[in-house]
Design a protein. Structure first.
Length: 400
């Protein structure tokens, strides 16, 4: 199969940094509007809107199970693109963000488990384990040129690997007991998609039509339907033989088409539908307090401790190299921003506590509090770092 030179196609990561960052700002605004409505005289109208029936399901269901499948499709495409032909195509580039992602998933889970180990709420251990790319890039966009480009790329790479870990967690720990007949249908559909890939079919229509069928089969199995988006992404061809430039492959075309739709429609709708939580009333001091503390502290403290400690150890032992033109303060600031876990954290919370309104309310408040604290501290640290010239990263074990 013909290999196209890497310089033939600018990284999708770089092409979409601007739109994803702008989408993060829109996501912040939509979440703020939802939070305001849920704590206003219009709260009842807000919740009634989300319960509006459409084709047998509520509007909230279509957003969380339907539109979010498109989000997971884009995430899957981005992961495949970066691992095979993007910034993460070489193992050396994967080590530092990969180690940071692992530390950033483990520490929050441990903090959550500390508060909830002996209760049914332990099922939510993975809620604070994910980083929100759109939100984090939105914060970096507001800081502008004060943040080196290499630091933005590092944060995005870490968040991409973090998303990959979250997808694995959802598939392994939150899949439920699948039903056999729909599983057979999903398997046949995947086989057909694989056939299209192997025969290098370049038209996207058959992939998307089979993707809709796959989504329905996965939904019927009892496994969360959004995982169909990741499975479909794995089947979209990236490299083709023939004269077409690489940026015209099906994966690139689909990713470019979905990027703005997800950034400016899907994620803001998800934020609007899921961030609306009443902050007053209720009794969070009893059953909800451990969940709120586990999620909030897991995101705010667990993420920064896990990510920063992991990357510091990786640099100290020389198993990875630092991003160029970055210092310790900047790396710490990015580690704090990894505590912005809005989209994926709320999504995992919806799966973990689907039938428990009190637990979901505590989860939402914890996610909002932990993410807000991470945004404020991370922005402050990076702003302070930008006020002076970034010093070279030195360490007695990494520099001689």
């Amino acid at each position: 199969m013909k290999q196209h030179p890497h310089h033939a196609a600018p990284s999708t990561l770089r092409r979409f940094l601007a739109s994803e960052a702008a989408g993060g700002v829109v996501l912040m605004a939509s979440a703020a509007v939802a939070l305001a409505l849920a704590n206003s005289p219009f709260a009842e109208s807000y919740h009634s809107l989300l319960e509006t029936p459409i084709a047998g399901h509520s509007l909230l269901h279509w957003i969380n199970d339907g539109l979010m499948a498109v989000f997971f499709l884009l995430v899957g495409l981005e992961i495949k693109r970066e691992l095979l032909d993007g910034h993460l195509r070489h193992w050396s580039a994967r080590v530092l963000p990969g180690v940071g992602a692992l530390g950033g998933m483990a520490a929050p889970a441990l903090i959550y488990a500390y508060f909830n180990a002996d209760s049914p709420a332990a099922r939510g251990w993975a809620i604070p384990s994910a980083t929100d790319i759109a939100f984090a890039l939105g914060v970096l966009a507001l800081l502008g040129d004060r943040v080196p480009g290499a630091l933005k790329v590092f944060l995005t790479a870490l968040a991409i690997l973090d998303d990959l870990g979250a997808i694995v967690i959802i598939a392994v720990f939150y899949a439920g007991d699948p039903s056999a007949p729909p599983m057979l249908g999903a398997g046949v559909t995947l086989f057909l998609l694989l056939g299209l890939n192997l025969f290098e079919v370049t038209i996207l229509a058959p992939y998307l039509l089979l993707g809709v069928a796959l989504w329905r089969f996965v939904q019927l199995t009892g496994v969360h339907a959004t995982l169909a988006g990741v499975l479909l992404a794995a089947m979209i061809p990236l490299r083709l033989s023939g004269p077409d430039p690489e940026e015209h492959t099906p994966l690139h075309r689909l990713e470019n088409a979905l990027g703005p739709f997800v950034a400016f429609i899907v994620l803001p709708l998800f934020g609007f539908a899921n961030a609306g939580v009443a902050l007053g009333g209720g009794d969070l001091a009893t059953t909800g307090a451990p969940i709120l503390l586990g999620v909030g502290l897991g995101l705010f403290l667990g993420k920064q401790l896990g990510v920063f400690t992991a990357i510091a150890l990786a640099l100290a032992t020389r198993i990875a190299s630092r991003p160029p033109k970055t210092g310790w303060v900047q790396l710490y600031g990015v580690s704090v921003l990894c505590g912005v876990g809005f989209t994926m954290s709320l999504f995992i919370g919806q799966i973990a506590f689907e039938a428990d309104e009190a637990a979901m309310r505590a989860t939402k408040i914890g996610v909002l509090a932990g993410s807000a604290a991470s945004i404020l501290l991370g922005s402050l640290v990076l702003w302070i770092a930008s006020r002076r010239r970034a010093e070279p990263l030195t360490h007695p074990l990494t520099d001689s």
